[in-house]
Design a binder for this molecule. Structure first.
Ligand code: KG4
Ligand code: ZN
Length: 333
């Protein structure tokens, strides 16, 4: 079965073709980062318009890459939510329009399920069951994953998501959008002893997170500077921020593994691309003889491959999920 995946929940238009026999056949992505950069964040209306412009040329690109004709597609998976309503509607309508024209079924996919399963696209995928740490711009969750569709939420953020904390703190330091990569690059040059920022909920007895206090701590440090912050001091603040956030993510992930009696940890979502987080997780896991799995770097952030893959897994498990009812519905929340 060949599944076309369409991702358009935020600022990336991603299309991909996944074959249940031969794996990922092709994927293509257009990132809108440059377009939104001058506004300091994603402008939803601009995002929707750009998805419209990009979707069909990207379809041609993946079909060419895979040397396939569009009629060879067996089903179309699209991101149904969560995400920006207008942006989701573009992906859903392209998917359903195409499906109607080709007389193929569609399936709506939960964006987070796409992220959650993305490490399974790697050459050495983890086996079920595992703990997943899902760290994206909109979500921070710890899950127990026993199989496709068998997810148990163990803990989540009570306020800001990890990626959101990265982006907001980066903005406070005058860095460009998206802040995650920028603040972590800067942190490399920072002195870890200069700013000891709070580790919110590190010792709470649950697996929940809270990052808005950490962002406020960055704001307080920035405000306490009467003059412009020099580059070294910015790097020190960035380092204090990254160290605090990483400490909490690592500690809670280790607790989740211990509590659930599991040995495999899977990281998914944009923040999973963060090098400091990867280094700290690898060290903590090695000490306890746990294994950590990451998606390929290009599949950490939003992409079509994870949606094609999640669609294929869902349809393999339950073919009845494929529908020819094209009255689609998106679920932004
Ligand atoms: O998964 P994703 O592409 O989109 C959502 O579903 O939200 O994640 C985007 C988030 C942004 O907040 C971005 O700043 C963050 O992931 N991010 C990073 C890195 N790369 C992306 N955060 C820290 N370090 C990175 N290298
Ligand atoms: Zn995402």
């Amino acid at each position: 079965m060949i599944v076309l995946g369409i991702e358009s929940s935020c600022d990336e238009t991603g299309l991909a073709l996944y074959d249940t026999e031969h794996g990922l056949l092709a994927h293509a992505l257009h990132s809108q980062i440059a377009m939104h950069q001058e506004y300091g964040g994603v402008v939803p209306e601009l995002a929707s318009r750009d998805h419209i412009r990009r979707a069909l040329p990207l379809l041609t690109e993946v079909l060419t890459q895979a040397k396939l004709d569009k009629h060879q597609i067996d089903a179309i998976a699209y991101t149904q939510g969560p995400g920006l309503a207008g942006a989701l509607l573009v992906g859903a309508s392209v998917a359903c329009g195409l499906a109607l024209a080709l007389d193929k079924p569609v399936i709506g996919i939960h964006h987070l399920e796409g992220h959650l399963l993305s490490p399974l696209l790697a050459s050495q995928p983890p086996q079920f069951p595992f703990i997943a740490l899902l760290v994206s711009g909109g979500h921070t969750q710890l899950m127990r994953v026993d199989g496709v569709g068998q997810y148990k939420l163990l803990g989540e953020t009570l306020d800001d998501a990890a990626g959101e904390a990265f982006d907001k703190s980066a903005k406070l330091l005058g860095l460009t959008y998206p802040g995650g990569p920028a603040i972590s690059r800067l942190a490399e040059f920072g002195d870890p002893a200069a700013y000891k920022l709070p580790r919110p909920m590190l010792h709470s007895k649950d697996l929940n997170f809270s990052f808005s206090g950490l962002k406020t701590a960055v704001l307080t440090v920035v405000k306490n500077h009467n003059t412009d912050i020099c580059e070294q001091d910015k790097a020190n603040i960035a380092r204090g921020f990254v160290d605090a956030l990483v400490d909490v993510l690592v500690a809670k992930s280790m607790t989740a593994l211990k509590e659930q009696g599991l040995k495999r940890l899977v990281i998914a979502g944009g923040v999973g691309a963060n090098q400091q987080l990867r280094t700290a997780l690898n060290a903590a896991a090695a000490k306890r003889r746990y294994q950590v799995f990451y998606p390929e770097l290009e599949f950490c952030t939003d992409n079509g491959a994870m949606i094609a893959f999640a669609g294929a897994m869902r349809l393999q498990q339950n073919p009845a999920l494929a529908t020819r009812e094209y009255g689609f519905n998106v679920r932004p929340r």
